[in-house]
Design a protein. Structure first.
Length: 330
């Protein structure tokens, strides 16, 4: 199998989250043609995960990554060093590397399987559905762009919506109203001054104010304002959530919209390590075995207009996946 060829083939199938059907069908056909026992696992609204196993033995180790991408669709191209296009590193190149690794491992009699998931870029819905029907594997090698370094941990995510409420009035008479925007700004400044938790092995918790909205018109004192914040977690979130609530008391209210927990991960001796500051499907795949996070490509170019994966790193990943799998299974 040529992982570079397969990467381009997959990149050229648009699969923005919610529209993964065509790329899932292409993977199903490819895996069926290679002789795997393949199943389409329904998720929702016609979407499905693709699961592949060997008929003669249940998998002790499963390779997994996601087949959805962020928008916009960008078709593939290549030069002598790289393959470009949406999903080239996040994570269709990883799909190709994992499939090529499984082709080698099955020849050695390894009990392996594959699980390719929808929805990772939005809510990990595919992973949540898959976790309802695990195959009993002991290990899960999840693929994300880690530059072929093995992750010791992945940060969690805490998405908070901060809402301030006021009272409308004519802007010529501000004393008759109460500005929700000013209250929100004061609340956000308090949150910006908070000392966030640190983990000596992983680094600091970080916070991003991603969206601010509110108000009615320039000549109206605003009666509502909202902001969406994302914290990258390096440990449990309970104390952080409590402090956020206390800091903005009297100004605004905080609501948890999404939480993905911080994860410590299994490593393999002799491999260079890293910390994944991003989230993955791993927390939603708790029943699929001890998790390892590893894959070719750089997260720094994922989700960009010039996303790419190095051909050299792509081929090295096939060897790396095989070696890590053998280490775990032995």
């Amino acid at each position: 199998m040529d992982p570079a060829r397969l990467t381009r083939q997959l990149v050229d199938i648009e699969s923005i989250t919610g529209n993964e059907g065509a790329v899932g069908a292409a993977l199903y056909d490819e895996l069926y043609g290679l002789g795997y026992t393949v199943h389409k696992i329904p998720v929702a609204h016609g979407r499905f995960n693709v699961q592949a196993t060997l008929e003669e033995k249940p998998p002790a180790l499963v390779f997994s990554t996601h087949i959805d991408t962020v928008p916009p669709f960008i078709p593939s191209s290549e030069d002598s060093e790289n393959i470009y296009g949406r999903g080239s590193c996040d994570a269709k190149g990883i799909v190709a590397a994992q499939m090529a690794a499984c082709e080698r491992l099955r020849k050695d009699g390894a009990a392996i399987g594959m699980l390719f998931l929808v929805g990772e870029e939005r809510d990990s819905l595919g992973a949540k559905v898959a976790n309802e029907s695990p195959l009993g594997s002991r290990f899960l090698i999840n693929g994300e762009p880690t530059e072929n370094k093995i992750a010791i941990a992945s940060k969690g995510a805490l998405r908070i919506e901060v809402t301030a409420r006021g009272r409308m009035a004519h802007s010529a008479y501000p004393e008759l109203g109460e500005s929700a925007i000013e209250k929100l700004l004061d609340a956000l400044e308090r949150l910006r001054r908070m000392e966030l938790p640190e983990n000596p092995e992983v680094g600091p918790t970080t916070m991003n104010i991603g969206i601010i909205e509110g108000g009615r018109a320039p000549n109206v004192i605003p009666d509502y304002a909202k902001a969406q914040l994302l914290y990258r977690l390096v440990g449990p979130s309970a104390a952080l959530r409590q402090e956020i609530t206390e800091q903005i008391a009297g100004l605004a209210e905080a609501e948890v919209v999404l939480e993905i927990p911080f994860c410590k991960l299994r490593t393999v001796p002799g491999l260079e390590t890293m910390v994944a500051s991003f989230t993955t499907d791993i927390p939603a795949l708790s029943k699929w075995g001890q998790p390892v996070l590893l894959g070719p490509g750089s997260i720094h170019v994922a989700h960009t207009e010039r996303e790419y994966i190095s051909k050299k790193q792509l081929h090295e990943a096939v060897d790396l996946y095989c070696n890590v799998a053998k280490n775990l299974l032995n």
